[in-house]
Ligand binder design. Structure first.
Ligand code: KG4
Ligand code: ZN
Length: 325
């Protein structure tokens, strides 16, 4: 079964065709990153206008790349939340328009669930139960997944998301936007020699990254940073340390079979390496292009939703604050 996936929750307009939830036939992404880089972050009104301009060409290209005709599609999967309302609306309305014109079923996908399903797309075999760590610009969530669509939320960030912390740290260090790749690159030339605080929030599986960011800011303001590379390496080390420790603890406690990493921050090389080294269980990580926002992950998730008869009506609407589990 071929599913068209559509993703517009943030600043990427994306469409993809995926077969049986695992084979990518096409994967198109129009990034707005350069437009928002001018402002140092995402401007919601600009994002939704850009989605309007890009959505039809991107869907047409994804369909053409996949050499699929509308009648060969089994359904359409679209991100309904969480995300920016004005951005989500563009994708959801495009999906509903096509579904209605072509008489296709439509299913609404949770963006976080989409990130998890990126793990089905790299030829990896998932064995439930698994612990999922979803770390992106908007989220840091630790989730127990017992089967398709079966989630138990274990913890989440209480303030900044991991990616957001990377973005803010990069701004403080004058490294540009988006911050994650910039911090990683700068860190490669330094050593983690600066002691930065870690918020363990013992007794919970929640995260907090505002403290480490503020500690870094104080050091910079106090003129106590002699090497930007060392500061970037120390910051990256502090964030990765907490993410890995809490994820491995949860995996042991719930006796899962695998750990699934996903979201934009999952493309961080130190995080990938430390998690693999620190985990007694297999760690699955999507390839980098599938870690950041894309529509193939939405199509993959949509396939499993269709298989479970989770079809939505054309009343489908955006849910900007949607949670997982
Ligand atoms: O999943 P994503 O593309 O969008 C959201 O749903 O938020 O994640 C984007 C986030 C940004 O905060 C970006 O700085 C971060 O992922 N990121 C990284 C790396 N590549 C992207 N963070 C750390 N290291 C990286 N290599
Ligand atoms: Zn995302």
């Amino acid at each position: 079964m071929k599913v068209l996936g559509i993703e517009t929750s943030c600043d990427e307009t994306a469409a993809a065709v995926v077969e049986d939830g695992v084979r990518i036939l096409s994967n198109r992404i129009a990034s707005q990153v350069e437009i928002h880089a001018r402002y140092g972050g995402i401007v919601p009104e600009v994002a939704s206008r850009q989605h309007m301009l890009a959505i039809i060409p991107i869907i047409s290209q994804a369909m053409a790349d996949s050499e699929t005709t509308w009648s060969e599609l089994g359904g359409i999967a679209v991100t309904v939340g969480p995300g920016l309302a004005g951005s989500l609306l563009v994708g959801v309305n495009a999906a509903k328009a096509i579904a209605s014109a072509r008489d296709l079923p439509v299913t609404g996908v949770n963006h976080l669930e989409g990130h998890i399903y990126a793990n089905w797309l790299s030829g990896q075999v998932v064995s439930f139960p698994v612990i999922c760590l979803i770390v992106s610009g908007g989220h840091s969530d630790l989730v127990l997944m017992r089967g398709h669509g079966d989630y138990v939320a274990l913890g989440r960030t209480r303030d900044d998301a991991a990616g957001e912390a990377f973005d803010k740290a990069a701004r403080v260090l004058g490294l540009g936007y988006p911050g994650g790749p910039a911090v990683q690159e700068a860190a490669a030339g330094g050593t983690a020699s600066i002691q930065l605080p870690r918020a363990w929030l013992r007794g919970t599986r929640d995260f907090s990254f505002s403290g480490v960011k503020t500690a870094l800011l104080r050091l910079v303001e106090g003129g106590r940073i002699s090497s930007v590379a060392d500061a970037a390496a120390s910051f990256q080390e502090a964030v990765v340390d907490v993410l890995v420790t809490k994820t491995v603890e949860a995996a042991k406690e719930y006796r899962v079979r695998q750990i699934l990493l996903s979201g934009g921050v999952a493309s961080n090389e130190l995080l990938r390496r430390r998690l693999v080294e620190g985990s007694p269980l297999p760690v699955l990580v999507p390839e980098p292009v599938l870690c950041t926002d894309n529509a193939a992950m939405v199509a993959a998730c949509g396939y499993f939703r269709f298989k479970a008869s989770k079809v939505d009506s054309l009343d489908l609407d955006v849910i900007p604050g949607l949670k997982l589990a």
